[in-house]
Design a protein around this ligand. Structure first.
Ligand code: UT7
Length: 433
């Protein structure tokens, strides 16, 4: 039976730090109020040129490196976010382009602060059904761009960041053991950015009223709901896995408020020391908070192979969720998968370099109708080999190379290729030969 496991984690946060003391100069608040009510001391906020897609890319690169996976091997790329880089297309598509993950199908998941666990559930289903073998899941948010910096009730709570995991199919093995997902749309207005969509499109009025920014009707109500909901999700997860609370090695909760997490720990009778907390440094980063905390705990060694991890979240929607996984460690799963595609890694093939040169030269001979002896490395495709006399020659050459090497070559990339050697180098770069 196919199951999924996390084989690499990564995270990324903007360099700009906004402390509670900085906020004291912006709204009527104090460092002490924010620390005691929330546990937050500082948060990261995007600088120029940073957004949810760039943060996601940074986290994804780390996760791919940790997993030893090439972006071209991704079958699926999911981004959980409520602060997309652009209204459409999906932020996942922007990340796909940045990573050159050309084989992946890419889409976003909008489930608020529970988005990462919702994403785990989607990824797990795709892997178990055999529809995908290797999936990148990122939680990425730039909430600072949706915060009303004049509203002390909300502006002290949120921050920016991204966390990513690579999931891969394995034959048997525990890995991701369960996910439980819940929603209650009756409470949608409790925490929302109601403007800027198709119901209240951006207008002077929407901007003046700040409807495009985060509105929280009652923090206290959110607090109560969050505790009860996460307790429900955790209990369901334990029951489904026939686990006692004492069997859990670490809880990695959504990081909204340390007081919510302490209350949850008390109700579950779970030691606070075994809860991964980093919201003192990041604030509430919504869908990014769990993978950010997971990556931190993996990298500092708190997460060890064999450990049972319980993840839980609550957020806008309202949505809540839990997941249980047995940590198996970073690194690509070894051995071929029954029923799954096994691809050859061209970097392991010593003959690949020679093969690429020969194939590129043969295609040039065939497509441009020139002699083999003319196709020297320094030969210029236009001046020496006649490319461009007929514009369809170039199209034919590009298409033949794309088919031979299973690539998509952009016009802008093709324009850079001047000589035979350029073409060989370009194909080698794209195929890692
Ligand atoms: O992913 C889910 C996202 N949302 C959350 O997790 C939010 C959950 N809720 C909370 O974390 C807490 O409810 C808050 C931290 C937001 C607020 O704490 P609270 O103890 O529920 O405060 P409150 O809303 O009941 O307000 C108490 C007082 C009010 O003053 P008055 O009316 O008693 O004079 C507020 O105006 O605290 C005041 N207040 C502040 N004072 C200083 C609210 N925000 C601030 C502030 N600094 N930043």
């Amino acid at each position: 039976m196919l199951t999924s496991r996390i084989i690499g984690t990564g995270s990324c946060a903007p360099a700009t730090v906004l402390t509670n003391h900085d906020l004291e100069r912006m709204v009527d608040t104090t460092d002490q109020w924010v620390r005691t009510r929330t546990g937050i001391a500082e948060r990261r906020v995007c600088g120029p040129g940073e957004d949810s897609a760039t943060l996601a890319e940074g986290a994804a690169l780390q996760a791919l490196a940790a997993a030893g996976v090439d972006s071209m091997d991704l079958d699926m790329l999911l981004v959980a976010t409520i602060t997309p880089a652009v209204p459409f297309p999906a932020t996942a598509c922007l990340v796909q382009e940045a990573l050159k993950a050309r084989r992946a199908a890419a889409f976003d998941i909008g489930a608020g602060c529970s988005g990462f666990i919702y994403g785990l559930a989607v990824a797990d289903s795709l892997i178990r059904s055999g529809s995908a073998r290797t999936i990148l899941l990122v939680g990425a948010e730039s909430l600072s761009k949706f915060v009303n910096w004049k509203d002390r009730n909300t502006c002290v709570l949120f921050g920016d960041g991204a966390g990513a995991v690579v999931l891969q199919a394995q034959e048997g093995g525990p890995g991701l053991r369960s996910t439980h997902l819940y929603s209650d749309g009756a409470e949608w207005a409790l925490l929302a950015a109601p403007g800027g969509g198709s119901r209240f499109p951006l207008s002077e009025q929407v901007l003046q009223e700040g409807l495009h920014l985060i509105h929280m009707q009652s923090g206290t109500e959110v607090f109560r709901l969050a505790v009860r909901a996460m307790e429900e999700a955790c209990m369901a997860a334990l029951k489904a896995n026939r686990l006692e609370v004492s069997d859990v090695d670490l809880i990695i909760p959504h990081q909204a408020n340390a007081r919510i997490i302490q209350t949850l720990a008390n109700r579950l009778a779970f030691p606070e020391a075994k809860i991964v907390l980093n919201l003192d440094r990041y604030g509430n980063t919504s869908a990014a908070s769990i993978p950010l905390a997971l990556d931190e705990a993996v990298r500092d060694g708190r997460v060890q192979p064999g450990m049972t991890l319980l993840l839980t979240a609550f957020g806008t929607g309202v949505t809540w969720a839990s997941a249980v996984l047995t940590w198996q460690g970073n690194g690509v799963a070894t051995g071929p998968l029954r029923g799954g595609a096994v691809r050859r890694d061209p970097r392991e093939d010593k003959g690949a370099t020679v093969a690429v040169e020969e194939k590129v030269k043969r295609i040039i001979v065939e497509q441009l109708g020139v002699q083999e002896s003319q196709v020297k490395p320094e030969a210029k495709l236009a001046d020496d080999l006649g490319l461009g006399a007929d514009s369809l020659d170039a199209v034919g050459l590009v298409m033949a190379l794309e088919e031979e090497f299973n690539l998509q070559i952009l016009d802008t990339e093709a324009e850079q290729v001047q000589t035979v050697q350029d073409a060989i180098q370009y194909i080698k770069g794209r195929t890692h030969a």
